[in-house]
Write a protein that binds this ligand. Structure first.
Ligand code: SAH
Ligand code: SF4
Length: 424
């Protein structure tokens, strides 16, 4: 999401005659796009910006701006704590950046942390950063109002709003015409997408899938409460919609899910897993899990492990609970699981996931997949790498393949993290 937001900022800057610096040492302006989701993310930003502070010692006119969720969450407090920072800009105020830069040039600080009910940045000329020319992100909605009790996103990104479908379809077509072969539609909860002309996520997805059968479509993130049969049927009906659903479960315990205000229980989640497996053959399922949320017992933790086994997740992002100021949990519940217990539970979750991923990858040995080549392998030019529809990375020997090619690859070996194969 932040990567895509940085592209939005780059596009606004480009339209105002700024260009990307080839190297940080040559930059006149440095923006850091920040995340507040866990305390660790914020600590990393605090460390990183010290580097910019020292650059400023050598270049007095260098402008440093903090963008995104930390700017929104901490507002002016951030200016007091990091005195060398010139700009603070929240996620809905990026269009104001050129004006704020003029303010900074006249010796003032540039601050805009207003949240918007409408801003979707739908009419920009997109700029792609760090592009491989094959895969790209398209942001389709902003904000979130689900208010999971642990989560800071509704506070930093404001109300949920969807970008109009026609501008999304136009951007996707433009990318295909430029040679891109895979797009990922982004939002905090893409399956609650709803635009003013009556598109929902399933109808949007169908429209994007029909642009060209050679254009692959991925999307993230789906909320389990909104993953409808209509959406699953749409995925099943279009081979270029990838067989890979990211469906964050957070916990396998009914009572923890309730405390988290996730709006589904264990049975609902299992019902959706069963529906995916029934309707979309060969669909990979990945998830997010939080260990050690308030009041989590050993039994709750075991419920998470057992649900992981039931769903047989192919992949997971796993975190220790991190209390975020201002959230419902921070204000009304006790962060009462000691850190060593959170860590132990997290390690058990990670170990189980490694085992599940390895089992899932082992099952692929001997199968042939269509792989979209993304890049040359990091280790050697003799290999190329790409992903299959299930979002698994496959490495295979080079035979004049170029990024953007579709290649049929037979899997011959695996680790828990990736597959190896040969073109057939
Ligand atoms: N909108 C997505 C999640 C976005 S945040 C969804 O609801 O599924 C990405 C992930 O960060 C979440 O799924 C959750 O697992 C994790 N996360 C969010 N807040 C957290 C917190 N306070 N502590 C630890 N992990 C958190
Ligand atoms: Fe946060 Fe919940 Fe919204 Fe996801 S759905 S961004 S976890 S509040």
């Amino acid at each position: 999401m932040n990567f895509s937001d940085s592209e939005i900022v780059a596009s606004i800057m480009k339209d105002n005659d700024y260009a990307l610096a080839a190297d940080i040492s040559q930059a006149d302006v440095i923006f850091v796009n920040t995340c507040s989701i866990r305390d660790r993310a914020e600590k990393r930003v605090r460390n990183r910006i010290q580097e910019f502070k020292s650059l400023k010692k050598h270049n007095k006119s260098l402008v440093v701006g903090i963008l995104g969720c930390m700017a929104e969450r901490l507002k002016l407090q951030l200016l007091e704590e990091e005195k060398f920072v010139d700009m603070i800009v929240g996620p809905d105020a990026y269009r104001d950046i050129p004006k704020l830069l003029t303010k900074v040039e006249s010796g003032q600080k540039g601050v805009n942390v207003l949240l918007s009910q409408e801003e979707t940045y739908s009419d920009l000329n997109p700029v792609r950063l760090d592009s491989n020319g094959v895969t790209a992100f398209i942001s389709i909605m902003r904000g979130c109002q689900n208010f999971c009790s642990y989560c800071v996103v509704p506070l930093t990104r404001g109300k949920e709003r969807s970008r109009d479908a026609s501008s999304i379809i136009q951007e996707a077509k433009g990318l295909f015409d430029k040679g891109y072969r895979e797009i990922t539609l982004l939002g905090q909860n893409v399956n609650s997408y709803k635009d003013e002309n009556g598109y929902n996520f399933a109808t949007l997805l169908k429209k994007v899938a029909l642009i060209n059968p050679l254009l692959r479509i991925r999307f993230a993130t789906s909320h389990p409460k909104d993953i409808s049969d209509e959406l699953l049927d749409t995925i099943a009906a279009h081979h270029n919609i990838c067989r890979s659903i990211h469906l964050p479960v957070q916990s396998g315990s009914r009572s923890i899910l309730k405390l988290m205000n996730r709006k589904y229980d264990r049975e609902d989640y299992i019902n959706r897993i069963d529906a995916i497996k029934k309707k979309v053959a060969d669909c990979a399922i990945s998830t997010d899990i939080i260990s050690g949320f308030c009041d989590e017992t050993e039994e709750d933790h075991r419920q998470t492990l057992s649900l992981m086994k039931y769903a047989a997740f192919d992949f997971a992002f796993m975190f220790k609970y991190s209390e975020r100021p201002g959230t419902h949990a921070a204000e009304n519940m006790q962060d009462n699981i000691p850190d060593n217990i959170k860590s132990r539970r997290l390690e058990e979750i990670i170990a189980l996931q490694k085992d599940l991923s390895l089992k899932s990858n082992n099952k692929d040995i001997g199968k042939t997949f269509e792989v979209l080549v993304e890049s040359f392998s990091k280790r050697s030019k003799e290999f190329v790498s790409g992903r299959n529809s299930q979002n698994k990375m496959i490495i295979f020997p080079q035979k004049d393949f170029k990024p953007g090619d579709y290649v049929q690859v037979k899997v011959t070996a695996c680790t828990s993290a990736s597959l190896k194969g040969e073109a057939v």
